[in-house]
Design a protein around this ligand. Sequence first.
Ligand SMILES: [Zn+2]
Length: 519
Amino acid sequence: MFLELCGSPDVPYDDDEWREEPGDEALPRSAMAELGIKARLNRRLRTCGGSKEAATLSLSPSEVHVLTRLTEKSHESVTEMTRKATATATTKSSEDFFDRLRNQVSNDVDLSTAESIMSAFGATPKSRRQSVLSTSGSWAEGGGRSPGRRASFRKAIKKVIHTNRLKQKMSALDRLPGRLSGDQKAIVRQAFDRVSAWDFDIWAVYDSCGGDERLAAQLVAEEIVLERRKVVESREGKEGFCGLLRTFFREVLAKYEKNPYHGALHGADVLQGVHALLASNARFEGALGEDTLLIVLVDALAHDVGHPGLTNAFLVESSHELAVRYNDHSPLENMHARVALDLAKPWLSTMDRDVQKRARFTWIELVLATDMKEHAAAIFGLEHELSKNPDYDAAEPGNHTTCLKIFIHAADLSNPTKAWPTYERWTKCIMEEFYAQADKEKADGHKLTVPLRGECKMDKFQLGFLGFIRPLFVTATKITNVDMQDQIDGLDAIAKKWQDKAAAEAAGDAAEDADNVRR
Ligand SMILES: [Zn+2]
């Protein structure tokens, strides 16, 4: 084993030590193994007369140089640097890398960055990795290093590998939140038993995370995309690819503003909604390729990234810079797609070029479909298709994008199709956001596009909204291989509750009036 080798350079060479142990197949390969270092060590060992120390020091200067350039950069640019470094690797001195890596690791600074570096490199296409690794020369042969420095370097590498490996073995729940108690983790685990169902309780996860919505959203995203859907199983350098996705989740969620409604938790809720809708429409889901599934889920998570907590109507009315930039056309959605696609470059660029092109097209189409301005047009468009072809089938390849647009839009509007307590919490959040916008509109002298606090008749407002969105679910259910009847039933139950509330209130008012008349 490489780890033991690093820790005991003076132990005589034992060939078995380099072989995989029986349990190792079950473990994810470490990103360093992805780098091919272990294989290089094996090869070097033969030419170093069995000297483990010489073999361990056989990292090529170019390989070290790549890592140097990555280490000195910020977390965000790690993967961008990977691409550049792998494309332009030279045999530049490894001096800087040695010092930086040693300092970083020995001081326990930001091991998650180290993980990202290794993951990023591991997910780089094999051909590029090989071109870097095949650059000739070895550190040992380059010579001139003191034994003390070599020992420090070995120690640093060992720590990075060890930490990386441990992290990859753990689920997101174990790996991320040191601050969750055993009881809190148990609640999250219990909630995750229903993560593929429409009644998944995302608020239970949020509450267990102490109201840290980014943490809750990260857990949900990793649980669905990396643990449940297995959408990355077939990828070359799977572990490295997972690492890139984890980093992407973190970066996207960090870019969500802390709005009452349009925050990271809403992104995770829409991801879970799309996941659950696909799970309950298995024929359609089965017709989608692995890459498309990945794009749809990740797109759902990122669909509102950077949302300022203001509607498009407000942005246009106030000539906000986003409205100016996008000529008043879906300014929010255009921004969400651009920001998210920028962040997605590191892992998207590991895919084939034609897959990248398709992914980008689907991504933009889906995010733009979440603009409420497109709501009526989407329903009419679908009704028109259905009138021409009553057997319009979601599973037909030519219909995938249209149906996925309906799915993400439905998940985005899903709050009133859920159980009352879940719906009620979301509704409080969105109303808070509306009230804050109304205050701004009033203060700036703009026309009011959302209700003012204290002046909104909630039953009327909500029943109007429910009536507006219901046709989406009804029309979707007419598509062959799509069934959203559960969502329609949920929506009708919420509407009934509002009607009952309104009736009770009216009866109360009538009784009060009668009382007043009698007096
Ligand atoms: Zn949304």
